[in-house]
Design a protein around this ligand. Structure first.
Ligand code: TRP
Length: 336
């Protein structure tokens, strides 16, 4: 039996924060260590162009995100780790899929619908600011997935629809041109923690309440001290279940440490002391990775080599499949 093939894309915008780490990066790296699956992880830099038109930022984000995943233990020898834009077969397949994808299907995509709704609310033209990149982004994502015949696609809830669209498009292609693609499945892990941010809402770049993943110790301490608490004094019992300090603690602590901190809250631990312990816990988990991260950033040549090795591995899958697709659609030498 062939191994399950797991594929995940990481859009290269922004700087990863603790919420990304706990909710996505840490579980994905753990999953990549499973010997029974074949894992594909890629930097979705073509996707970055949908949201970000600042070339410096796209480039910097790509470098930082590659360094983040490598520093945290993604092993490029064991998984196929590559950059989307190094695989010319992907945009080519994307075009073929565009010619099979129904426009009506894309009209229903969440990201597009959200943009239209925002325009309507603001009294703008419905398509104001909507690029074809945003509109047809699920087709590019379908190409990413189908290009490697991924069987499982771990995603957040917001992305389930896109995996379903990939199935729809794959089905049409297969129906029309013969069986070329396997049907991917979205895998959603409900157990992963959604981390609260500095203000107690979900940690998210759009709320500006994040703690970036790789800060210096001093900055990490400063950020943790900014987590919102209440006015309860040392000695006053505190409610762990409504506290962001406790919630972040839980995402990094063992069960025993969590139970101990719960007791400390009930016993009235001072906010300053709880935050000090939280800093020590988070700092300990990230310290070595932070050093590796800095080393990787200082040596982009090494990372580039790893990505080129990944591209070579990836293309050993994508090139033959694309060749078969070309022939299937009727694009082949005149002599054949
Ligand atoms: N769209 C995904 C996101 O924003 C990233 C992504 C691009 C992706 N291509 C993919 C995820 C293919 C899984 C499979 O999170």
């Amino acid at each position: 039996m062939s191994k399950a093939r797991v594929l995940t894309g990481i859009t290269t915008t922004g700087t990863p924060h603790l919420g990304n780490y706990v909710g996505a990066i840490r579980p994905a790296i753990e999953a990549s260590q499973n010997q029974d699956v074949q894992s594909f992880y890629f930097l979705a830099d073509f996707h970055a162009l949908i949201k970000c038109h600042d070339p410096e930022q796209v480039h910097r984000s790509t470098t930082e995100i590659a360094a983040t995943w490598l520093a945290l233990g993604l092993d490029p020898e064991k998984v196929v780790f590559y950059r989307q834009s190094d695989i010319p077969e992907i945009p080519e397949l994307c075009w073929m899929l565009n010619c099979m994808a129904a426009k009506g299907l894309m009209n229903r995509a969440h990201a597009y619908k959200a943009a239209v709704a925002a325009n309507e609310e603001a009294g703008e033209d419905t398509d104001f600011g909507v690029t074809m990149g945003l509109y047809s982004y699920p087709v590019l994502m379908a190409a990413d997935i189908l290009m490697f015949n991924a069987t499982q696609v771990p995603v957040g809830k917001d992305q389930i629809q896109h995996v379903e669209m990939a199935r729809d498009i794959a089905g049409r292609f297969n129906h029309h041109y013969g069986e070329h693609f396997v049907m991917p499945e979205a895998v959603v892990d409900d157990k992963v923690a959604v981390l609260q941010g500095l203000d107690g809402r979900k940690m998210s770049k759009s709320y500006g309440n994040t703690i970036p993943l790789f800060l210096t110790e001093k900055q990490l301490k400063k950020h943790i001290n900014k987590i919102k608490t209440n006015l309860l004094e040392p000695g006053d019992p505190k409610d762990p279940d409504t506290s962001t300090v406790f919630q972040v603690w839980q995402a990094f602590a063992t069960e025993q440490q969590t139970a101990d901190m719960r007791q400390a809250f009930l016993d009235g631990i001072a906010w300053g002391e709880a935050k000090k312990q939280l800093f020590e816990l988070v700092n300990e988990e990230l310290r070595e990775a932070r050093e590796r991260y800095q080393e990787l950033l200082a040596n982009p040549k090494h990372m580039e080599e790893l990505l080129q090795m990944g591209a070579e591995k990836a293309r050993s899958y994508s090139a033959p499949l694309l060749q078969a697709c070309r022939e299937a659609v009727g694009i082949r030498p005149l002599t054949k």
